[in-house]
Design a protein around this ligand. Structure first.
Ligand SMILES: N[C@@H](CCC(=O)N[C@@H](CS)C(=O)NCC(=O)O)C(=O)O
Length: 316
């Protein structure tokens, strides 16, 4: 394996981790005259099975039955000095090489779309094979496109699945806002902090939000009005990584999902057991990515054995 793990410092001078804004923000539309019109086999999704943001897009692609319409590549779990790298399935089980651009690194995709690109080379990336460019690299927007833009190609039972229904949009948006800030990004802000103050500034609000989520899920099956929506999908990819990774690696250890949040756990199992969802979970990639790539946090690169709670148990 030639990808060398990098000792990267993810925090800024003040010890705080700041996530950069995604740059490619175009949209696929159902309208066939649109610049990025929905078409079969025109778009390609680049993911890492380890990444919680990319994981959202893989889940919606699966749940909506878009596998035959949108092709996919998955990178090697290690994030090295040159960023995400492709690998063969023999070299890295679960990896899916880039047969669209034949790239070795994700960065090549960004430079193909914009030779002057200066941002980070993040996944997910949604690629347009027709215009040879990146449509979008923001997971929250990619899942909305997958939710509606391809419906006319789908059988009725898939087309009718709507994870952002109009009547729930304002509730979903307001839930997403605090969940993103304190939970999805809160684990990173805690884990990548390089001062005690920066860490504590984020770890307490994180657990306050988990307590709030536990209360919501003790009264409801799903986060917003008892309906399974994108708010659940967006939170879920963080929750299944919580005990196996964030609790230890990112020092988010005030409580654990398994022992302290029975309603969050039951909800996590409910979603894991939805058809197709477990196919998108690769715990080897998840654990190895964090523990072996962030050597500034875990210098030995040792990967803990535990996988977190058993999600196959049927919740009562
Ligand atoms: N806002 C982006 C965030 C994506 C993101 O930060 N991905 C991480 C992996 S978890 C990444 O690719 N990082 C590589 C890097 O920053 O070099 C989204 O939600 O799509």
């Amino acid at each position: 394996m030639s990808t060398k793990p990098a000792i990267l410092n993810w925090a800024s001078k003040d010890g705080e981790f700041k996530r950069q804004q995604s740059v490619f923000r175009n949209h696929i539309e159902a309208d066939k005259n649109a610049t990025f019109a929905a078409e079969k086999d025109r778009y390609h999704l680049y993911v890492s099975w380890a990444c919680p943001w990319a994981h959202r897009t893989a889940i919606v692609r699966k749940l909506k039955g878009l596998e035959d319409i949108i092709s996919i590549s998955a990178v090697h779990y290690l994030l090295g000095e040159k960023g995400w790298k492709f690998a063969s399935a023999e070299e890295c089980p679960g990896a899916i090489p880039d047969t669209v651009n034949n790239a070795q690194f994700i960065r090549e995709i960004y430079f193909k779309a914009n030779p002057d690109y200066e941002g980070r080379f993040t996944v997910p990336v949604l690629w347009d094979k027709k215009h040879n460019t990146i449509v979008n690299n923001e997971s929250s927007e990619i899942i909305r496109m997958f939710n509606t833009a391809f419906n006319h190609f789908l059988p009725a039972e898939k087309a009718k699945l709507n994870y952002y229904p109009e009547e729930l949009q304002s509730d979903i948006d307001s839930t997403n806002e605090w969940v993103y800030d304190t939970v999805n990004n809160g684990v990173y802000k805690s884990g990548f902090a390089t001062t005690q103050t920066a860490y504590e500034n984020h770890v307490f609000p994180l657990f306050k939000s988990l307590d709030r989520l536990e209360k919501i899920l003790s009264e409801n099956k799903f986060l917003v009005k008892n309906t399974f929506t994108e708010a659940d999908i967006r939170l879920w990819t963080t929750i299944i990584r919580f005990d196996p990774v964030y609790h230890g690696h990112f020092k988010c250890n005030i409580k654990s999902i398994q022992h302290d949040y029975p309603h969050i756990l039951a909800w996590a199992r409910r979603i894991y057991q939805m058809e197709g969802v477990s196919d998108t979970v690769n715990m080897v990639h998840i654990k190895r990515h964090y523990y072996m790539s962030h050597l500034q946090i875990n210098p030995t690169g040792i990967v803990p054995v535990g996988n977190g709670p058993d999600l196959t148990i049927v919740p009562s």
